[in-house]
Design a protein around this ligand. Structure first.
Ligand code: GAL
Length: 809
């Protein structure tokens, strides 16, 4: 029988009491101490940290601001550069003797140094990657231990807000001396037929003891409802302090394939025996599915063509910064799925592991990217040994993620200029990166994401499997030179808009921007290098070899506020102070509220769901008698517009038009504004599919709170998102309401963040107030560790207040 052990981890206020399995993961989430700035002796156990701030992980030290108004908008004007120290005390009881203990970090921004009991355990560099150390020999078993982590972002470079500190989870892994190494399992499916599949399970087992061991591994496959389908046994003599792969290939009859519509997951169980006793047991979730890119017909999943309807997502979560809360991620994905998305690209860095787990479960394909550039943005410094860096970082990235069925493509980097042009041994470095990916996963295609169209003539595509190009049909030269490779539009659109904001007249050119510091939401603006959404739809309709697109971006993100970055505002005669702090690229805003563009994508990507969306709003007191163009985004092919019951005529989409907007939108470009009611009736193939009405509202007179989930978990991580709206007396959202809303929260929860999607707002993300922006704002409530109720009340001068109660379990 396996000896059951008990570990006790004591913290200032809490003790963990875990009945251990063969392997135990212990989440180090609570009761950390934090201090900003370099602090001598902070790693020493005897150091007095009583005056330090108490924090929980995940933690982003810079998101609470304050904003540096004259600072760099490209990284959000937030104070993320610096050094931060974290300390955490924990106890291990005597039963831990003879065990191996590893510490696993999912991401620390940046250049972390990890100390146990004053001794340096190890260092890492790349702030987005996961890494681990074996800390067994540093621990006081049966005593108190002090973990200290230094994070230093001073040498990190970024083109957006990167966050700072221990922003993803940290765990201890406790095992017996003979165990499956971290990310040491590799499951793949060499044969997939309708009636039969082969599953290969390979476990890298380590004998960390000082004596040779006879090790037996039983590899087994379990069905989605947890029935054992098959198993096989394998034994080896494992010499002291060595590791070896224990691999078996098993059959699954009549497999249920993993797909977008039905993301079926199987489980591989690897049980490790030493002397007849279980030494370790590991379950690995996997899917059975085939993927392939074809030369002329795009991407196939399970032998069926799938057009990739993808979005790029940065790692941040708006008002929460880089701090990774699983619920924030899940909500992002749910909103994206609702828009019709079937694929995600993690632009441009290693994602939180939970994101891949969610994609597996939700049926989203995943374009898995490791770096943006090979320089300080990837924490590669002049002094870095590239070969060593590449190997370590690609190893962790690929080994951690290779069992996820959602992953269909690896990317070794985004827009790396000298690699595309073969400068500074660019092709050698590309080759190195690709080879390391193939070393740890020979089964999936690899790509490099390009932007320098002419560089294709140097034929860097010889080193990878799929043409991936950003914007402006830049894939053309590469595709001509190598027509046997499919094309992915790795970044499309980069259309710009501010939720709720409209400017007149409509722009003549996509790059017409005004000094308003906001971008009109008619979805006709993009930077010079990019295009509007409709252009990408059109190119894909016309060219079947294009596997699909990844829109830049699904959500707005902190930083990169094109066209109102510092340099651009200065060119427009303004100062640094005017530069914005977050992007305009999202189909939804920084807090997850859909912009008009959300409905443009939905109308095209989800043709079987009726979408009828009218823009702009209908509150234009200063434009009575003037032109206010009206657009309708619908999956219908035709619609009729009525203003105060008078028909303004029918419009139909023109699928043959060379002007892309005419293919995908219905536009009434000349509508003389009068207040009242704007109604649209939409048709598909001559049949009415629905109607939608927009009315001029009365004055804003009341607040309305809507919570996304009424019950959340008391785990210090779970979130409830409350949308705050300003309404008129008839309950219509007032599209111009900008009121300041005071927030009062009582009970067992806290306000984790507030925001409204205004890229020009420099109000703090952590506050007990929020400003409505074009009628709306969002409050993010986080649970504590206690169950009960929490009540949020929102009030504003002159408005009827509202409140909402959340159950915490
Ligand atoms: C791309 C780049 C992205 C983002 C985007 C904005 O060239 O890869 O990271 O900067 O432009 O349009």
């Amino acid at each position: 029988m396996i000896k059951q052990i008990i570990f006790l981890f004591f913290c200032v206020s809490l003790s963990y009491n875990l009945v251990a399995q063969e392997r135990d993961y212990i989440n180090l989430q609570r009761d950390w101490k934090f201090k900003l700035g370099e602090t001598a002796s902070a790693a020493l156990p005897e150091f007095d940290d009583s005056a330090w701030e108490e924090v929980d992980i995940p933690h982003d030290w810079a998101i609470s601001g304050p904003f540096e108004l004259e600072g760099n908008g490209s990284t959000a004007k937030l104070p993320w550069k610096g050094i931060g120290w974290y300390r955490k005390e924990f106890n291990i009881v005597e039963e831990a003797k003879g065990k191996r203990v590893h510490i696993i970090f999912d991401g620390v921004m940046a250049f972390p140094e990890v100390y146990i009991n004053g001794q340096l355990v190890g260092k890492w560099d790349y702030g987005y990657n996961s890494f681990y150390f074996d800390i067994t020999d540093f621990l006081n078993v049966d005593g108190s231990n002090l973990l200290a982590v230094k994070a230093d972002t001073r040498q990190h470079d970024s083109r957006w807000y990167p966050g700072a500190g221990i922003y993803r989870k940290v765990r201890l892994l406790v095992t017996n001396p003979v165990y499956v190494e971290i990310w040491g399992n590799h499951v793949h499916t060499p044969i997939i037929k309708p009636h039969y599949a082969e599953v290969t399970i390979s476990s890298s087992v380590k004998n960390s003891s000082n004596s040779d061991q006879k090790v037996t591994v039983i590899q087994s496959v379990y069905s989605p409802n947890n029935n054992k389908l098959s198993e096989d046994t394998i034994s080896y003599e494992l010499a002291a302090n060595t590791a070896k792969k224990f691999e078996r290939t098993l059959a699954v009859h009549a497999p249920s394939l993993w797909s977008i519509e039905s993301p079926t997951l199987y489980s591989a169980k690897s049980t490790v025996y030493v002397n007849g006793e279980v030494s370790d047991e590991l379950n690995t979730s996997f899917g059975i599915r085939s993927i392939r890119f074809t030369a002329d017909d795009g991407f196939y999943l399970n032998d069926k063509r799938v057009q990739l309807k993808g979005v790029n997502l940065h790692h941040g979560h708006g008002p929460l910064g880089a701090a990774f809360y699983p619920r924030a991620m899940e909500r992002q994905l749910q909103i994206m799925k609702d828009m019709g998305v079937n694929a995600i690209r993690n632009s441009h860095n290693v994602a939180a592991p939970e994101l891949l787990e969610m994609c597996d479960k939700m049926g989203l394909l995943f374009f898995n990217e490791v770096f943006d550039k090979y320089d300080a943005k990837a924490d590669i410094l002049d002094t870095t040994n590239f070969e060593n860096f590449a190997h370590r970082n690609i190893r962790n990235f690929v080994m951690r993620d290779r069992n996820h069925p959602s992953v269909f493509l690896w990317s070794v980097g985004n827009e790396i200029g000298d690699v595309q042009w073969n400068i500074n041994n660019g092709f050698d470095r590309l080759h190195t990166m690709v080879n390391y990916v193939k070393k740890y996963d020979p089964f999936r295609p690899v790509t490099l994401v390009n932007d320098q169209m002419e560089s294709a003539k140097l034929r860097h595509f010889r080193y990878y499997d799929v043409h991936s190009w950003n914007y402006g049909q830049r894939y053309r030269i590469a595709r001509k030179l190598e027509p046997d490779m499919s094309v992915v539009i790795s970044e499309s659109a980069s259309t710009l808009s501010t939720r709720g904001f409209y400017e007149f007249p409509l722009p003549d050119k996509k790059t017409d921007f005004t000094k308003s510091l906001q971008v009109s939401s008619y979805d006709l603006n993009a930077p010079w290098w990019a295009e509007i959404a409709d252009d990408d739809f059109m190119w894909q309709q016309d060219e079947a070899y294009i596997a699909g697109e990844f829109v830049w971006t699904g959500f707005d993100y902190l930083g990169e506020p094109t066209p109102y970055d510092n340099q651009s505002v200065k060119e427009m005669g303004m100062t640094d102070k005017e530069a914005s702090r977050s992007s305009y690229f999202g189909a939804v805003d920084l807090v997850g509220l859909p912009k008009d563009r959300f409905y443009l994508y939905k109308s095209y990507w989800v043709p079987n769901v009726n979408t009828i969306h009218i823009l702009p709003h209908w509150n234009w007191p200063e434009r009575v008698g003037k032109n206010v163009p009206v657009f309708v985004y619908t999956n219908g092919d035709e619609a009729e517009l009525f203003l105060n019951d008078k028909s303004l005529g029918k419009r139909a989409k023109n699928p043959m038009s060379e002007n892309s907007t005419e293919r995908f939108r219905l536009m009434w470009k000349n509508v003389t504004y009068e207040p009242g009611t704007l109604k649209v009736i939409a048709y598909k193939n001559g049949v009415k599919i629905g109607e939608e009405t927009l009315s001029t509202t009365k004055e804003v007179s009341q607040l309305k709170l809507t919570v996304d989930r009424k019950t959340i978990t008391a785990d210090g991580l779970d979130l409830a998102y409350v949308t705050v709206e300003g309404l008129d007396e008839n309950g219509n959202t007032h599209p111009l309401a900008m009121n300041r809303v005071k927030l009062k929260l009582t009970g067992n929860a806290e306000i984790a963040g507030v925001g409204n999607g205004n890229p020009q707002s420099f109000e703090p993300f952590q506050a007990n107030y929020v400003d409505l922006f074009y009628g709306k704002a969002v409050v993010i409530i986080k649970s504590r560790y206690k169950s009960g109720k929490a009540k949020l009340t929102a009030s504003a001068e002159g408005l009827k207040l509202d409140s909402v109660t959340i159950q915490i379990e």
